[in-house]
Design a protein around this ligand. Structure first.
Ligand SMILES: [Zn+2]
Length: 77
């Protein structure tokens, strides 16, 4: 794996947050790589897949509840 700028990547942890119409999701301590040249944070394909699954599940749950208030979810990855 390599950054688009060609810089070297170092392994570390990051967090990811996403805000949709009816929920806000914050994931902490996700394994991630950071580019030492441009500082961009990259996730592996496996991590991206996992985030997507959590998002999809929350989207389903949130639409069923429909309280009119956005729900906040905090997950430890
Ligand atoms: Zn870079």
């Amino acid at each position: 794996m390599e950054c688009g700028c060609g810089g070297a990547l170092i392994e570390g942890k990051s967090c990811y947050s996403v805000s949709r119409g009816n929920f806000y999701l914050l994931l902490e301590d996700i394994p991630a790589f950071q580019c030492t040249r441009c500082g961009r944070v990259l996730f592996t394909e496996e991590t991206v897949e996992r985030i997507k699954k959590i998002e999809n599940r929350l989207e389903r749950d949130a639409s069923e509840v429909a309280t009119g208030k956005p729900s906040v979810h905090l997950y430890d990855y």
